[in-house]
Each structure stands twice: as C-alpha cells, then as structure tokens.
Design a protein around this ligand. Structure first.
Ligand SMILES: CC(C)(COP(=O)(O)OP(=O)(O)OC[C@H]1O[C@@H](n2cnc3c(N)ncnc32)[C@H](O)[C@@H]1OP(=O)(O)O)[C@@H](O)C(=O)NCCC(=O)NCCS
Length: 254
C-alpha cells in the first residue's frame, strides 16, 4: 500500500467549517453515517459531522492514492474510527465550534482534540474530578486571567492522549498526568509511574481555539496545513504551484 506521507511524518489539517459545503460531501457518507447526521439537533453539529467524515475520506484518499469513495472506515471496540482494510496510516479527528482538525501519521498512533474556548463556570470542579494533582496545581499557579485557557490546554492534551489510545474518556482519565516536557514532548505518568513520552503538537488556529495532537513517535516530521476553502486537496503539482504563488506552505513545520 503506498501512502503519500513521506518518511516518518505527521500531518495536521486545520479546517474552518464555514468555508466548506457540508451537503456537497453527503454522497461520501455511508447510509449509517447519513442517518447519524440526520439525528443532530444543532446545525453546527450536523455540519461538523458531515464535513469531518467527508473531508476525512478526501484526505485519506489523498494519502492512500485512492478515490475518496473507496475509503471504507470501521470503528474499534471503543469507537475509534480506523481504516477497514488495515492500511498502515493512523488518523484521528476532532471538531468544536467552527473548527475541525484531522491528524494523519505513518509514524505511530495519533490522537487530536480541539476545543472552542468558552466560559466553563465549574471548570475548577471538573479539574478536581478529571485532572491529576499536578495538573490541578498548574491551574492554581497560573495567573487568574489565563486559568481557563490553562484548563483547556490541559484538557486538550489529555483528551488527545486518550484518543490516541482509542479508549476515549473513561474512568482512567484522572489518573493520567499529561505534562509538557522539553522539545515539544508530552510526558505521561500514572501515579508515580512514568508511562511514556510522546510528541505533542499544540496549536491555536485562532485565539479562541486550543488544539493538541499527540503522536506515539518522538522523531516524526510534523507539518500543520490549512485546508483550502472548498476542500479540494491539492495534488503534487498544484501544491508546488500554490506554494510558489499563493504561499500555501505548511503554517507550521516542527
Ligand atoms: C470519543 C470522545 C473522546 C470524543 O470526544 P468529543 O470531545 O466529544 O469529540 P471530538 O470532536 O474531540 O472527537 C470526536 C471524534 O473522535 C473520533 N472518535 C470517536 N471515538 C473515539 C475513540 N474511542 N478514540 C479516538 N477517537 C474517537 C471520531 O472521529 C469522532 O468524530 P466523528 O464521530 O464525528 O467522526 C468521547 O466521546 C468519549 O470518550 N467517549 C467515550 C467512549 C465512548 O463512549 N465510545 C463509544 C463506545 S462505541
């Protein structure tokens, strides 16, 4: 199976949902997904679900050099979407507000989370329930004006971690201490025991959003892209042309 990801790489795609037409992507969804899309009560949730699944297939098609219509997804026991044929490409997606983020990796498992920062009146209580003692101290020691932002920073990296594992948010989440280490790393401990060290890509696509991606590889090349309005993934020649004429370079290369 060929993949357009070169070397050991992680690509992060940032998507502004307002710039894409959800209904145009409906034909890419399975019957089950279409039913699920119809159950959302809020317009934004329906839009984000359709765009997430549709653009995920487009981008998977790009990396696997297949038509998006040929991409078959399944879910593992805790619901993490996977490629049905087991092709060696890891991915994960997240949506919040008007933003979608999708991460792809050929260098180990990935998990992503994005959150629109919003008032959370009981964030201290949530932190006591869901965060480790050290994570709670990080909030306590941050300045009053950035306490909520610190809460979301910690939240996104923890959620990205459990999404990388595929377990999602379960009873163990409070036991994990997920703390940034030197050189864009995330050190994971459970109690006093160091579990692992991961690559961390923290990103603020807009001031009101916070996003984190974690990858089970410390040596991967990481690049962050913004999907052009309309959602066409540029092919190689077009990509080069856009890089020269429109500055379509990765916004961040780490
Ligand atoms: C999965 C979970 C972390 C999503 O969190 P969220 O903040 O609501 O949503 P996000 O936008 O960040 O992520 C949602 C996406 O993560 C992916 N996802 C779903 N389950 C996942 C899992 N277990 N691990 C990793 N990714 C998962 C999906 O792509 C999903 O979006 P989509 O359904 O629109 O394609 C959260 O719902 C959870 O932990 N649930 C508990 C596990 C669960 O109930 N599983 C269902 C049993 S089948």
């Amino acid at each position: 199976m060929t993949s357009a990801l070169q070397g050991r790489s992680v690509h992060v795609w940032q998507i502004d949902a307002r710039e894409h037409e959800a209904d145009a992507l409906l034909p890419l969804l399975t019957a089950d997904e279409t039913v699920r899309a119809g159950r959302f009560l809020r317009y934004e949730d329906r839009r984000n679900f359709i765009l997430g699944r549709g653009l995920l297939r487009r981008l998977l098609g790009h990396y696997l050099q297949r038509e998006a219509e040929q991409i078959r997804l399944c879910a593992d026991q805790d619901g993490k979407p996977r490629l049905q044929d087991g092709a060696p490409l890891e991915f994960n997606l997240s949506h919040s507000g008007d933003r979608i983020v999708i991460g792809f990796s050929n260098a180990g498992a990935v998990g992503v989370d994005i959150e629109a920062m919003r008032p959370v009146p009981d964030y201290r209580r949530l932190a006591r329930r869901l965060f480790s003692a050290a994570e709670q101290r990080e909030i306590d020691h941050s300045e009053e004006a950035i306490k909520l932002a610190t809460f979301f920073d910690i939240w996104t990296r923890k959620e990205a971690y459990v999404k990388m594992l595929g377990t999602g948010i379960d009873g163990d989440i409070a036991l994990y201490d997920c703390r940034p280490g030197p050189g864009a790393t995330l050190a994971i401990s459970k109690g006093d025991v160091r579990v692992t060290t991961l690559r961390l890509v923290g990103h603020r696509p807009e001031p009101d959003y916070v996003s984190a991606l974690v990858c089970d590889s410390l040596d991967a090349n990481v690049a962050v892209f913004t999907l052009p309005a309309g959602g066409e993934v540029p092919d190689r020649d077009r990509w080069r042309e856009m890089a020269e004429t429109e500055g379509f370079e990765p916004s961040i290369r780490l």
